[in-house]
Write a protein that binds this ligand. Structure first.
Ligand code: SF4
Length: 477
């Protein structure tokens, strides 16, 4: 029979608590079981006047509102407060009664400004600590990766940096970096910068293959349950490879132990990084990039580097000595007369060149060792790197598709960092609610599945046995 719903009916009173109207498996109800913000009031107390002024919004309620927004993928304050008016779960999670007036959206902006980036970093670190306490992090293997966040600026706001170009062109000869190498004839292209968000820098996205204003999130995820153990935001042009030593230091501080294995993509395969990991005795699961050698030239690997004596021995048996040195590496040059009469000259240098030069980057020996080790990756390398894909790259995908990190909501490095910390905190709370708070539910779910499979197999076996018996009876009868 078709049912009807009386839409005009309005209850004057609702019996029972507000929580009884929210399903038990709702994410905010699950997270509420594991979320402890009792420390927050004390943490931000110094930012408020103790004996004067209008009472502020309760810090815990304000943070709960922000977190609820990120859980629901609502990153804009105005939209969040509109949703909170009608969303029972958000109201209950933030601690507001049905008839209570919610704060204005602008209050959340003021709170973010007042608390600053450091307080939000602490909120994120507290979620890491909660996951450690619940046994969801062991810190043995950590996956590291970076992802771009599109800045909240329009194409019209981009302008070319004329001033910087003019200053560079007029730089006096004396001010140029010292070194005996040949000066570069190439003039750098004038950069573009946004006038509305100067912190964002132009970077090529691997997705769209064009230069856009970006920020970059450097993230690290523990291998056990995918808990985010470190997050840092920089401008888009910062190379992720150069951030690894600092990132390892932060991760070890956050989890309170030394890492044993680290996995990264080929963007981190720098000689410096391999050297640092060797010094710290950390196993590197990093695919090495192929040697960048010009075709038809003797590859650099045939030149033997002697780090002790600071010389390079070429395939022709001659010695190349260091001619210039900077932070990118050392240039080793053969003598003109050695190359002039060498039998390998045609395969080694071009017609116009007089001599061969080799660049030895910092940590070159460690890079060679890593290349040799990973030439034929072993089982552990393959397994850990496949976990890297879905753990840290999966975390970045989750942050972008479910929690709005694809695009920065506000402008400025500090605001984007706050967005990244809140997103990472929300992901950790989800892991905590799933593995710690909801473990019994998950376990019961598994048991129910196993029982259903076993029951169906037993029923099927009985059915098949009966059918075989009938067939046998027919054939013999
Ligand atoms: S051309 Fe010069 S650098 Fe190359 S193998 Fe001969 S001597 Fe060595």
């Amino acid at each position: 029979m078709l049912g009807t719903q009386k839409r005009w009916q309005e209850d004057l009173f609702v019996a029972g608590p507000l929580s009884s109207l929210i399903p038990d498996d709702h994410i905010l109800k699950q997270v509420d079981k594991v979320l402890d913000l009792s420390w927050l009031r004390k943490e931000v107390a110094d930012l408020y006047c103790s004996n004067n002024g209008r009472p502020s919004i309760d810090p815990e309620s304000a943070l709960r509102l922000m977190l609820a927004g990120f859980f629901e993928g609502i990153v804009f304050d105005r939209k969040l407060m509109r949703q909170a008016q009608v969303n029972l779960a958000i109201r209950w999670f933030a601690g507001y009664r049905l008839d209570e007036t919610l704060p204005d959206h602008s209050s959340l902006t003021k709170i973010r400004q007042r608390w600053g980036e450091e307080r939000f970093k602490k909120i994120f670190l507290k979620t890491v600590q909660s996951c450690i306490n619940a046994g969801l992090v062991n810190g043995e293997t950590v996956h590291v990766d970076a992802t771009l966040i599109r800045a909240d600026v329009s194409w019209e706001s981009l302008t070319t940096e004329h001033a910087e170009t003019v200053i560079k062109e007029n730089t006096a000869e004396d001010d140029k970096p010292k070194g005996r190498g040949r000066p570069s004839k190439k003039q750098p292209k004038p950069k573009k910068r946004s006038t509305t968000d100067p912190d964002a820098t132009m970077t090529t996205s691997s997705h769209t293959h064009r230069m856009e204003p970006f920020y970059k999130q450097h993230g690290a995820v523990d291998d056990i349950c995918g808990v985010v153990v470190d997050v840092e935001v920089t401008t888009g042009e910062v190379s992720e490879g150069g951030q690894l030593p600092d990132q390892i230091k932060r991760i070890e501080e956050n989890i309170g132990r030394e890492i044993e294995t680290i996995s990264c993509d080929a963007g981190y395969a720098h000689g410096k990084n391999f050297e640092h990991l060797e010094q710290k005795n950390i196993e590197a699961i990093i695919p090495t990039q192929k040697e960048n050698s010009k075709p038809k030239r003797l590859p650099i690997r045939l030149f033997k580097y002697d780090a002790k004596n600071k010389i390079v021995k070429c395939p022709g048996g001659k010695i190349l000595t260091c001619s210039s040195h900077n932070e990118d590496g050392s240039i080793y040059r053969a003598r003109n007369k050695d190359c002039k009469y060498c039998s390998l000259r045609k395969r080694c240098i071009s017609e116009s060149a007089k001599t061969r030069t080799i660049k030895i980057i910092p940590g070159y020996e460690s890079l060679l060792r890593a290349r040799r080790r990973h030439k034929e990756p072993d089982k552990k390398f393959r397994q850990t790197y496949s976990r890297h894909r879905y753990q840290v790259e999966g975390m970045h995908g989750e942050a972008k598709t479910q929690h709005g990190l694809r695009r920065a909501v506000r402008r400025g490095l500090s605001n984007v960092a706050i967005q990244a910390y809140l997103t990472a905190a929300v992901i950790n709370l989800k892991r905590l609610a799933t593995y710690a708070g909801g473990l019994s539910d998950v376990f019961l779910g598994y048991l129910a599945n196993i029982f259903a499979v076993l029951t169906s197999q037993i029923v099927m076996r009985i059915f098949l046995t009966n059918r075989t018996r009938k067939l046998n009876w027919k054939m013999t009868g």
